[in-house]
Every structure is written in C-alpha cells, then in structure tokens.
Design a binder for this molecule. Structure first.
Ligand code: TXA
Ligand code: MG
Length: 334
C-alpha cells in the first residue's frame, strides 16, 4: 500500500466532493466516507451507501480547531482545552451546533460531533477543499459492520458505490475516535476510542467520566449493542476458560479460531479444528490489528471466533468495548 496519495489524487478527490460526490479517505482511526455537508444529496448518499438510519448523526471533519467557532456555539472551556491538546487526533467533541450545520448531519439533534483527523491525506484533502467546506464522514462500512482500516477493506465492502477511494495505507490507531460530550463542567465519554480516559483526565484535571449505558442522554448509534460486528459468531472468554470452550466446540466438529493476547499454554494443541492466532499484549498494537483480524477470519469461514477477554485496564477500554459489542451481536446457540 502507498503511504501517501499523490497530490493530483487529492485534487481530484476535492473536485469530486465539491461537485457533490462521495469519497472514502484515510484517517488515523479508520477510513471515513466523506461528503460536503452543504450538499444535501451527497449527505443523503452517505446514509444510502451505508444503509444507515437517517436519524443517526454524522461527525463533521475539518482541518483545524479554528473551525470550532463556525460549527459550534457555547463551546465550554473544557472543549477548547481538549481541542488544543488533542487535535489533530482521535477525539470527537459533541457540542451545541451552530446554525451553519444542516439538520441532515445531526439527525435532528441540537448538537454536532466535530473532529480534526490526524492523517496527512485527510488534512491535505480538507485543505484542498478550502476554508468554507467541511466533510461529514462516518466510518466507510455498512451500518453495524466492522470499520475499515485499509483502502482494500473499503474497496471490498463499498467499492462499487463510492466515487473514489483515497489510499493512505493502514490506519495507525485502528479504532474509532473517542467521543466526548459535556455535562456542565464535566466531560463525558460517550464512546471510548483512540484517546484513553487517563489522557483526557490529565488535561481536564480529573473532570471526566465514562457515560453509563443507563445514563446516556444522547443517542450514539455506535453504542447499539450489536455494532462493530463480524459475520462469524464471536465469543469473549476469560483467559482461564478460553481453552476449555475451544475444546468443547472443537470436539463437536466446529472450526474454531482462538484470538488471544496472553501467551498462556493452551491444552487444545492436538485438536485439528482449533487454530490459534496470537495478538499483541500491548493495547495500541492490539487496537491497530483488531478490525483487520476480525475481517480476515470472517473471510476464512470459521464457525466461531473465540476471543480472549482483554485486560481490565484503562488503556484497553476501547478494545473491550468493541469486543463486547461484537460478541453481543453474535450470541447464538452452539
Ligand atoms: O474515528 C472516527 O470517529 C471515524 C472517522 C472516520 O473519523 N468516524 C466514525 O463515524 O466513527 P461513525 O459515523 O461511524 O460514528 C460516529 C459516532 C456515531 O456513533 C454517532 O452517533 C456519534 O458519533 N455522533 C455523531 N454526532 C453526534 C451527536 N451530535 N451526538 C451524539 N453522538 C453523535
Ligand atoms: Mg461507524
């Protein structure tokens, strides 16, 4: 894969977007599917291509925090602090939308999600569009499926329906941005992601909490239980039970792959139905590989993916969240 698209490709992509086209582009988190927010037909196409319900809001992407003033209003001091510290980067801020943001983008809510992606191709594309134009960009996958972390993933899933795919190589983070809203002076994590909670807490002097499912006041479709799911049923098991479960299914004749981060000995070695795929024991490296790994094993047509539950540590929060949702989607009988 090329590490950077040639300038001419970026100019061509910007021209397509200005004409109301839909272009997939790389970010540091996952690939996005971009449309100019001022083109109602282009925004409508995003929803159609993804098969996403139209009341689910989109994140607006731009090239620098100076844009905050145009697209949001009543921006709290904490939001400015986070923008200054983490942008460009894997952080989305949910703020009161300004009158410039079309309702089609916000799903009728009075808030808008805003983010500055940290990828040279994304930034070059946004800059090539000019100062007045910004991009609505959901992850470039069908609704409820795994986000793409390479241009090839986008090509496989949406290739025929998009106008262009910019290839910026594999995504560095591999999981979506952390989404943060505000409740008075308190920052609330609505979706764990590329920026871990302790990093936010350090900048905000501790004033950040993780939104409890039950307290969630805003709708976050990424928070639907069955989001981010592979086609193959996925089960999440604690380290001690993983091997036992694999043997139980393997001896019934099911083809199993164990996806594990720890190097503990497994006692299933001689069962030919059971494959073992080692993952990194460090969260940044694990996060980068996760979605690509799930896609790969989906294609290899295993009957079941058995994933070792990640460590219960703050750095693993986004990974634990995505695996939990993927396993909820896949719950079925043996
Ligand atoms: O890393 C990312 O955030 C990627 C890249 C492409 O930037 N984008 C992404 O977009 O993950 P999407 O559409 O797949 O997920 C955006 C999430 C959704 O769960 C949506 O509900 C939430 O952001 N969201 C957007 N605007 C919101 C708002 N005003 N209030 C609450 N949630 C919002
Ligand atoms: Mg998505």
């Amino acid at each position: 894969m090329t590490s950077l698209e040639p300038h001419s490709q970026i100019i061509a992509a910007a021209a397509l977007l200005r004409a109301g086209g839909v272009v997939a582009f790389p970010t540091e988190t996952v690939y996005g599917l971009g449309a100019d927010i001022s083109s109602p037909s282009a925004v409508r196409r995003l929803f159609e291509i993804k098969k996403r319900p139209v009341n689910h809001p989109l994140i607006v992407h731009f090239a620098g925090s100076s844009h905050l003033q145009r697209w949001a209003q009543e921006v709290p001091e904490q939001a400015w602090q986070l923008a200054e510290y983490f942008w460009p980067g894997p952080l989305t801020l949910i703020l009161r939308r300004s009158r410039h943001v079309p309702e089609s983008v916000t799903g009728g809510q009075d808030t808008v999600g805003l983010r500055v992606p940290d990828h040279p191709v994304a930034l070059a594309l946004l800059n090539a569009l000019g100062p007045e134009k910004v991009l609505a960009a959901p992850s470039a996958n069908r609704f409820g499926r795994i986000s793409p972390t390479t241009a090839a993933h986008v090509q496989e899933e949406l290739g025929k329906s998009v106008d262009m795919i910019l290839d910026g190589g594999p995504c560095r983070v591999g999981l979506e941005s952390t989404i943060v809203g505000f409740d008075g002076e308190m920052a609330v994590i609505l979706r764990p992601g590329g920026i871990p909670l302790p990093a936010l807490a350090e900048v905000l002097k501790g004033r950040v909490v993780l939104s409890g499912q039950e307290k969630r006041a805003v709708r976050v479709p990424g928070a639907l239980k069955s989001h981010y799911a592979p086609e193959t049923p996925l089960e999440l098991w604690h380290s001690e039970l993983l091997s036992h479960r694999a043997l139980e299914l393997g001896t019934k004749g099911l083809r199993i792959v164990i996806i594990a981060w720890s190097d503990r000995q497994m006692d299933h070695a001689e069962n030919k139905n059971i494959a073992h795929f080692p993952m990194p024991a460090e969260p940044a490296a694990y996060g980068r590989l996760l979605y690509g790994t799930l896609r790969r094993f989906d294609q290899e047509r295993f009957d079941r993916l058995l994933v070792e539950a990640p460590p219960d540590k703050p750095g693993w929060m986004a990974i634990a969240d995505r695996l939990q949702r993927a396993s909820c989607a896949a719950q079925r009988d043996d």
